[in-house]
Write a protein that binds this ligand. Structure first.
Ligand code: ADP
Ligand code: MN
Length: 518
């Protein structure tokens, strides 16, 4: 973890632009995505969105570009560009130390006595985001079901790993005092710490904590002042809360470092990370982190996918928008898990925290696998790719009981001579009120792409639809075909309304689907 390489991949944006922007605005490398008002159908079409970005896609996906020396998030080198986050991190770390010390003193004080005095009221540690009441789902393992309230929230055993090693020096007043003074350097830049840093000043824990608290409060105050401004740029960067989540993952050792940005879309940003360790699970060496954007605008348009998905119906109505976004991440996790179980090639879920999904990286040596639309394949490989996709769609439908709902050459990656399926947050079950329509759209995309790519064997979209669903719709033109699909869906919906309640309850109670850890 000593040397951290910063990479930014130019999958979706020009490297040059990223580099330029980096110096001025955001350390992550931003894209100059322009949002254009459009219809619901258009918003659903990733293709169209990507078309709009086409002009900005200058270089090919393979390029890995070194950007500024600014680290993203690493265990031992914290990015200081967001003061509030820094303050929160410090706050968390020191308060934890304080509380540990308090506990020891409480123990010493009480000894074996039957009557004990609790020091509880002197504890410093507050949950770092206790100010946001809706964030009750915190640093807990959410692989099973992040929204199940009855699950006891487990604090990570490791906590601030590494720090405990020098625990003896913590009690040494002089060493500790010096350390505290040095730590003041990490306060926000605008916080005047005087010239004590150059002297042999020894700050007691008490004074240091008071100063730290003051610095923290000051930053919060100034952050509030700047909040408006920040919100307008939040689209482009990762907001402080997300960074804190990422930092915590690094701190807990799950990730070793989070470095470059692989892609930025309307609804999510994907980062590259080096895997670390988890107690009960192998973390892949290379990871991709999909951060679902907490700017709500885009997601409003996607209600259609989730609102009618009975798996999420119960919960949807009770949720605020922030939670709905977490639900997208949760949905992606569940769907990926189902696919994994069926043996479909797709990213493997590592962990989910709120709106941040960590999965295995599809690619090698920091170079993400190219999308099918970008890769030049031989005739034979393209044909193989087609059959793989066909089989994958069948598996997805029959074994996972899912329709991708955004399937196209943009969400199929070519890796290791095979096709890998990604981006399944919007995937729904075939019985979803629009499930079959989504499937037909998927079939249209797939069929058109492979036809264009010269695969002679390509079925047309209607044949493909039947081959995937086994529904044997006989209409020989698109209009009639879609009409039949709609009739089928209507029948299904009536059926669900009759029997639906039971199903919905069953699913929301059981936490769909079971997630396997190992
Ligand atoms: P969206 O299209 O909604 O922005 P995706 O899940 O499609 O989100 O991710 C965006 C891009 O990030 C993908 O096109 C792909 O290039 C890259 N990507 C996503 N997940 C991975 C992964 N696990 N490994 C490698 N690259 C990935
Ligand atoms: Mn995508």
């Amino acid at each position: 973890m000593d040397q951290v390489e910063i990479i930014a991949n130019s999958t979706e944006n020009s490297a040059g632009v990223a580099k330029q922007d980096c110096g001025k605005k955001c350390p992550w490398g931003s894209t100059s995505y322009v949002s254009v008002p459009c219809s619901l159908t258009d918003v659903m079409s990733e293709e169209l969105a990507k078309e709009l970005q086409k002009e900005e896609e200058i270089t090919a996906f393979q390029n890995v570009v070194v950007v500024d020396e600014m680290p993203f998030v690493t265990g031992d080198n914290i990015d200081t560009s967001s003061d509030m986050v820094l303050a929160q991190m410090l706050q968390m770390e020191y308060d934890r130390e304080f509380d540990a010390q308090l506990k020891r003193e409480e123990k010493k004080f009480n000894g074996d006595s039957k009557v004990t005095v609790s020091f509880e009221n002197y504890r410093k540690l507050q949950p770092f985001d206790s100010d946001s009441s809706e964030d009750e789902v915190d640093w807990q393992d959410t692989r099973h079901d992040p929204y199940k309230a009855d699950k006891p929230s487990a604090t990570p055993k490791k906590g601030f790993t590494g720090k405990g090693k020098d625990i003896t020096t913590k009690h040494d007043e002089v060493v500790c005092g010096r350390k505290n003074t040095a730590r003041m350097e990490n306060f926000a830049p605008e916080f005047q710490v005087g010239d004590g840093l150059g002297m042999d000043l020894k700050l007691s824990n008490h004074v240091f904590n008071a100063l730290k608290q003051y610095s923290y409060n000051e930053q919060r105050r100034s952050a509030r002042l700047h909040e408006k401004k920040e919100h307008s740029t939040a689209e482009k960067a990762v907001d402080p809360k997300t960074r804190l989540l990422l930092y915590k993952m690094v701190n807990a050792g799950i990730l070793e470092s989070v470095t470059g940005c692989i892609s930025e879309g309307k609804e999510s940003v994907v980062f590259y990370a080096k895997g670390g360790k988890m107690e009960d699970k192998v973390v892949p060496e290379e990871c991709a982190i999909k951060v679902f954007k907490t700017t709500l605008n885009e997601f409003k348009n996607r209600d259609k996918y989730i609102k009618d998905d009975y798996r999420f119906k119960e919960r949807f109505s009770k949720l605020n928008p922030r939670k709905v976004i977490r639900m997208w991440a949760e949905k992606e996790m569940h769907n990926l898990t189902r696919m994994q179980q069926a043996g479909i090639l797709c990213p493997e879920v590592v962990i989910l925290k709120k709106h941040v999904l960590v999965m295995s990286f599809i690619g090698k040596d920091q170079v993400p696998a190219p999308k099918l639309k970008d890769v030049k394949l031989s005739r034979e490989d393209m044909k193989q790719a087609y059959y793989q996709v066909l089989y994958m769609m069948q598996q997805l439908y029959h074994e996972c009981n899912l329709v991708h709902a955004d399937l196209s050459e943009y969400n199929l990656l070519w890796h290791d001579g095979k096709v890998w399926l990604i981006d399944v947050s919007q995937s729904v079950e075939p019985t979803h009120p629009y499930g079959l329509q989504f499937l037909f759209r998927d079939c249209t995309n797939v069929s058109q792409f492979f036809q264009k790519s010269g695969v002679m064997e390509t079925l047309n979209e209607r044949e493909l639809f039947n081959a995937v669903s086994n529904l044997n719709i006989t209409a020989d033109n698109e209009v009639d075909f879609i009409a039949e699909i709609e009739t089928l869906q209507k029948v299904n919906e009536d059926h669900t309304q009759l029997h639906g309640k039971k199903t919905a309850e069953f699913h929301s109670d059981s936490g769909d689907p079971p997630i396997i850890d190992e």
